[in-house]
Ligand binder design. Structure first.
Ligand SMILES: [Zn+2]
Length: 174
């Protein structure tokens, strides 16, 4: 099948865009090799905390742009965010539980790029980069300015072969 996401390439500048947002198309191993190099340099927990902030910020900015560009409501934008990530090859996200009143939910992820690159060799939870994606998108949905008010953990990972998918549980503290 062909990609579902619309891709527009500027003939003059060569810049790729989807829904007006400049994009970069790159090999999976390039992204994961960079990721692992930074993890090795900073240490896993320091890198994880840093990624939480940067990826949450990007998720919020992306969601805000969708509201402006497509007029979606907050929950539709949240769902569209994970749909687009899936369509762009990060893995196949599905929202299993979304309880806005209780301010929590869970997401399954199949064929995560990090789990696929790690293969069966590692039994670490490899996909922590996505935790900030979730906290950013959920804080956007709830209208919470501070994404750190949302907690998210990759509860288990397909990495190592004990599970056939990864799972993320999240909840707002407030
Ligand atoms: Zn995983």
């Amino acid at each position: 099948m062909q990609p579902v996401v619309p891709i527009d390439v500027d003939e003059t500048t060569g810049i790729w865009r989807t829904d007006g947002l400049p994009m970069v198309y790159l090999p999976r191993h390039f992204l994961v090799n960079n990721h692992l190099a930074v993890e090795a340099a900073l240490g896993r927990e320091a890198y994880r905390a840093s990624l939480r902030r940067s990826t949450a910020k990007s998720a919020i900015e992306w969601c805000e742009a969708q509201v402006r560009g497509k007029g979606l409501d907050a929950q539709a934008t949240f769902r569209h965010y994970f749909q687009r990530l899936s369509q762009r090859g990060w893995g196949q996200f599905s929202i299993d539980t979304l309880d806005v009143a209780a301010r929590r939910g869970s997401i399954s992820l199949r064929n995560s790029i990090f789990a696929l690159e790690a293969g069966q060799a590692s039994d670490q939870r490899a996909c922590y980069m996505f935790e900030g994606f979730v906290t950013g998108a959920f804080s956007f949905l709830l209208g919470i300015a501070d994404a750190t008010a949302v907690e998210c953990e990759e509860t288990y990972c397909a990495c190592g072969g004990r599970h056939d998918h990864c799972r993320f549980d999240f909840a707002a503290r407030l």
